[in-house]
Design a binder for this molecule. Structure first.
Ligand SMILES: Nc1ncnc2c1ncn2[C@@H]1O[C@H](COP(=O)(O)OP(=O)(O)OP(=O)(O)O)[C@@H](O)[C@H]1O
Length: 261
């Protein structure tokens, strides 16, 4: 049964201080904080403030916060930090899969990953795949292999069926799986593709599910993929831009409900 933790009056000052926490104080690598700063990002948004430490700790997380609240960096930045620690490992398949419902989002996430990798000057390789790519292109993209694979879910079964991604290698290498815009994945027809991947997700793999809304589909995915996740839900207050910029408006965001199953 889920339990809601609400803010008691007495800890107002402490929580307001927590609202001022910087990326460094959340435990982010200085290379990443500097990279974010170069991108004009100075302070974490509410969802980033809660999600980043949990992801760094290796927890499974479901994050529900509306469009524009900064969910992409809430998973991407700690995901990259976890891979920094392990750049020299021998791998047979990507360590992280980021699965998204559309090619456009795939492109956007890929661009953010490339920009962060470049700004941090780390030796990580990311690829974006589409299921329309010819087998030879898929094979080239996965040669190496890359550290991070960004694609729609349909790409994974295709790569397995044409033999460019071995299921045993996925089981041996996958450390982090992200389902971004999870509320759209099933309605966009990816249920069977996700089910095809599920048996190959290793038990130790950390799973993150990001969503703008809660829905039956999100619940279904949560049950299919995650293990005892932290459920982060931001109350819907104010306008989308308010989440990100003015500090005084952020004071309204004191109530983040952390639901732990
Ligand atoms: N901490 C931050 N400070 C300022 N801007 C930020 C911060 N985090 C993210 N942004 C910017 O806010 C915009 C929206 O972020 P993002 O796309 O991650 O939202 P989202 O919650 O993932 O939305 P969606 O539900 O559409 O995926 C982006 O332009 C991003 O660069």
């Amino acid at each position: 049964m889920a339990e809601t933790m609400e803010k008691p009056e007495k800890v107002t000052e402490r929580e307001e201080a927590e609202e001022e926490l910087s990326f460094e104080e959340l435990g982010l690598d200085p290379r990443l904080t500097r990279a974010l700063l170069k991108k004009g990002i100075q302070k974490p948004t509410p969802i980033q403030r809660v999600a980043i430490p949990l992801v760094l700790e290796g927890k499974d997380v479901v994050a529900r916060a509306k469009t524009g609240s900064g969910k992409t960096f809430a998973y991407l930045v700690p995901l990259l930090q976890k891979l920094f620690a392990d750049v020299a490992r021998t791998k047979l398949a990507p360590s992280a899969f980021v699965l998204v419902p559309t090619r456009e989002l795939c492109q956007q996430v890929y661009a953010e990953v490339l920009s962060l990798i470049e700004l941090c000057r780390v030796q990580l390789k990311a690829v974006q795949l589409t299921s329309k790519m010819p087998d030879s292109e898929l094979r080239n993209a996965l040669a190496g292999p890359p550290d991070i694979l960004i694609s729609t879910p349909a790409c994974i079964p295709k790569c397995m069926s044409v033999g460019v991604l071995q299921s045993t290698f996925i089981s041996g290498s996958l450390e982090i799986l992200v389902l971004d815009e999870a509320d759209l994945l099933l309605s966009y027809g990816y249920e069977e593709d996700i089910k095809a991947l599920t048996p190959h997700i290793p038990k130790h793999c950390q799973c993150l599910l990001m969503s703008a809304t809660s829905s039956d589909d999100v619940e279904k995915l949560k049950k299919l993929i995650l293990h005892n996740p932290f459920i982060l839900t931001l109350p819907e207050v104010g306008d989308v831009k308010d989440d990100i910029i003015p500090k005084n408006v952020q004071q309204f965001w004191v109530r983040i409900m952390v639901l732990l199953f």
